[in-house]
Design a protein around this ligand. Structure first.
Ligand code: C5P
Length: 219
């Protein structure tokens, strides 16, 4: 259908940062605002998809006609994604999942002491990679925000995470702004640089690319 190219499709979108607790009042996180993922969820719903948005802590209202699931940490996001992913046709993993969490989340507030405080961080699971390893007929779209070597990193992530599309940007071009300048890298080796655009326009292009990927996978 022309107006609703994603009608009948179930899509899972993740958005925002995660927070990794250190004690009851402190956490590690990153600069993600969730704007990109929320724009994608909104646009996918507008194009007819049945959208679930799994969101880290952000200052945004839920988009219309989207089921929202709020999570805080990477481990909570993983649990929510793994609960829902089997029923969906595509996963768009735009969340900036924290790579590390404090080994110990203290039950009481840490008191200041003389000298430095050592905090040991342990790796969080890579949610998208896990989906990539299990994937059968699904479309998987990932993101990469880099500070250098954009193309090489993008191609490596596309491959190691078994993605159909990787949306890459330089961190300075996308974090905490209303616009983004992205390049699409597809599994077949094709790539597509885009101009700097408002995030809602980037979202439209991602949804158009997704609709095209669905068409290719069906014929
Ligand atoms: O390897 P890198 O973290 O740059 O890859 C980014 C992509 O992987 C994003 O789509 C992000 O949502 C996803 N990711 C994830 N779980 C992690 C880290 C990243 O799903 N622990």
């Amino acid at each position: 259908e022309k107006d609703a190219p994603l009608r009948g499709k179930k899509i899972l979108v993740t958005a925002g940062p995660t927070r990794e607790g250190l004690d009851p009042v402190r956490f590690f996180s990153n600069l993600s605002t969730g704007k990109m993922g929320y724009a994608i969820a909104e646009q996918a719903a507008r194009l007819g998809a049945d959208v679930t948005l799994i969101s880290g802590p952000v200052q945004l209202d839920a988009p219309p006609n989207v089921t929202i699931v709020r999570v805080v940490s990477a481990l909570e996001m993983r649990a929510a994604v793994l609960r829902d992913y089997q029923n969906v046709d595509a996963v768009i993993q735009s969340a900036a999942v924290a790579d590390y969490r404090p080994e110990e989340a203290h039950a009481q507030k840490i008191k200041k002491q003389d000298g430095p405080l050592l905090v040991r961080l342990v790796r969080n699971p890579d949610i998208l990679k896990e989906l990539g390893l299990k994937k059968e007929k699904q479309i998987l779209i990932g993101f990469a925000a880099e500070t250098e070597n954009l193309e090489a990193n993008a191609k490596r992530k596309l491959e190691t995470k078994h993605l159909d599309l990787l949306v890459a940007n330089l961190a300075a071009d996308g974090f905490a702004t209303d616009t983004n300048k992205v390049t699409f890298y597809f599994a077949n080796g094709r790539y597509e640089p885009h101009q700097r655009l408002p995030k809602h326009e980037v979202a439209s292009r991602i949804c158009a690319a997704l609709a095209a990927l669905f068409e290719e996978s069906e014929c």
